[in-house]
Design a protein around this ligand. Structure first.
Ligand code: PRP
Ligand code: HPA
Length: 177
């Protein structure tokens, strides 16, 4: 199953020199554009969610914007709150901020104050792990909010960039490149 999804990324979701020369862009929408691949991914999420329930996951956080394709689905399957981490200026109310760098740029990430219950075991979700800057920033926001980052899940991992080395919690990736 995973091999089929990986092939989908290779055939329909690989773009050299986007958004800048030298970047080999892997496009997770290659999976969502194809209903059969999308359904396969959903089945993998069913399995992951059952295990996440057994591990006692109490909240799901996902990262703006492509993390939102998958985080809410997992939160529904697990039956816990979905909490967004967003880029600067998009979340209303009082927010906590952290600056981070990514593969091709810099940005600030925010979480709403009070959005994570103290001591909750959190699953952090994103579409793709590259340098790890985004995921690390999200983990930092959760920890500073009083949550416990129990584990992270990404659909795609770019192994060359060694992003998982920045993350202290265990990281599961479904597809590696
Ligand atoms: C991409 C991707 C991850 C992040 C990975 O998001 O969706 O969130 O970069 O890179 P990193 O591991 O080097 O931090 P991007 O910031 O391009 O935003 P988008 O989801 O809004 O397109
Ligand atoms: N694909 C999608 N998003 C990304 C990538 C990529 O190759 N690198 C950093 N963010």
């Amino acid at each position: 199953k995973l091999q089929g999804l990986r092939n989908k990324i290779v055939t329909d979701g690989t773009f050299p020199d986007f958004p800048k020369p030298g970047i080999l862009f892997r496009d997770v929408f290659a999976i969502t554009r194809d209903p059969e691949s999308h359904r396969t991914l959903n089945e993998i999420f069913d399995y992951y969610s059952k295990k996440a329930i057994e591990r006692g996951i109490q909240a799901v956080v996902a990262i703006d914007a492509r993390g939102f394709l998958f985080g809410p689905v997992l939160a529904l399957k697990i039956g816990v709150p979905f909490v967004p981490v967003r880029k600067r200026g998009k979340l209303p109310g009082n927010v906590r901020s952290v600056a981070y760098s990514l593969e091709y740029g810099e940005a600030v990430m925010e979480i709403q104050e009070g959005s994570i219950q103290q001591g909750f075991k959190v699953l952090v979700v994103d579409d793709l792990l590259a340098t790890g800057g985004s995921l690390r920033a999200a983990c930092e926001l959760i920890t500073k909010s009083g949550g416990v980052v129990h584990e992270c899940l990404v659909v795609l991992e770019l192994l060359d960039l060694k992003g998982r080395n920045l993350i202290s919690a265990p990281v599961t990736s479904l597809l590696q490149f």
